[in-house]
Design a protein around this ligand. Structure first.
Ligand code: KMH
Ligand code: ZN
Length: 282
């Protein structure tokens, strides 16, 4: 069995600081969270940032500062969200790449998102993909639905391989409006993945977190965990620190005979620009 890539998604764009004071929303909180998560097994961080009032923002200055700080204080693969919040304009989401992260999320289609719509029209997907190649950013294809698997096939056929040549997927399951967070849905999605996929992970939103994690490990996939996706460890038991979720993922992985990957191994897996230039810890 291959080593286990654990990605932590510590913040997201949906939960407010008022509702969850332990959510890392400042740069200092984000960096210390990332360091703590790296110590217990995370190798990549999926980043959404907040403004001075803890509201989601795609401010380019803040994004650049965040990438620099995470690179300075951790060895993690730094992945910026290009999904942002459901209220962010497409133009601002494209400009996220200017912050020069190692990786970016790239969602393969529009999806209902609770009462909102997470907009990803095809021309935007293609534009973002082409820009990720130009800027040497490794995309993580986020698939919220089975239709997104078909769109990924279409994108790779039409546009060719991503920067770095590796095709890494994250199945985001259990969003109200997307595919359910069930083992059956995971098996169906994995069976439909393009032949060129080199690695995939999965995350289950809310109460689907554990069933999706078990199903992913059973099928040889990697794991994404974090307070972007789930705020309780069990019914009525709030997550106090993202590292608790990373620790749990690492423990599940070890039970499945999968050792948490180091950040250097993750850079190599994804063939990031830093890995190619010898600038990652690898
Ligand atoms: N916040 C969601 C609307 C991504 O990071 O690329 C989109 C999201 C996906 O979280
Ligand atoms: Zn996200």
């Amino acid at each position: 069995m291959a080593d286990l890539l654990i990605t932590v998604a510590p913040t997201g764009a949906e939960t407010t600081k008022e509702a969850c004071p332990q959510l890392p929303t400042t740069l200092a909180e984000l960096v210390s969270t990332a360091q703590e998560c790296e110590l217990v097994g995370a190798a990549m961080v999926h980043v959404h940032i907040r403004d001075g009032e803890h509201r989601p923002t795609l401010d380019l200055g803040r994004l650049k500062e965040t990438v620099q700080a995470l690179r300075q204080e951790t060895d993690l693969v730094v992945q910026l969200s290009t999904g942002g919040s459901v209220h962010d304009p497409l133009e601002s989401r494209l400009r996220v790449l200017e912050a020069e992260p190692d990786s970016c999320s790239l969602t393969m289609g529009t999806t209902n998102f609770g009462d909102d719509v997470f907009l990803n029209p095809w021309p935007f997907v293609v534009d973002l993909y082409q820009q990720s190649i130009e800027r040497q950013v490794v995309p993580e294809f986020e698939l919220f639905d089975l239709g997104h698997v078909a769109s990924l096939n279409r994108l790779l056929d039409q546009e060719g391989p991503p920067f770095g040549g590796r095709v890494h997927i994250d199945l985001v399951m259990g969003v109200p409006g997307g595919m359910p967070g069930t083992p059956d849905a995971l098996v169906a999605a994995v069976a439909a993945l393009p032949a060129g996929v080199t690695s995939w992970s999965a995350t289950g939103i809310g109460r689907s977190a554990l069933p999706v994690a078990f199903a992913s490990l059973s099928k040889g996939g990697h794991l994404r965990v974090g307070m972007e996706d789930v705020l309780t460890l069990a019914k009525g038991v709030p997550v106090e620190r993202n590292a608790q979720l990373v620790e749990r993922a690492a423990a599940l992985g070890r039970l499945a005979q999968r050792q948490p990957m180091t950040p250097a191994q993750a850079h190599a897996l994804l063939n990031t620009a830093r890995h190619q230039s010898g600038g990652s810890a690898a």
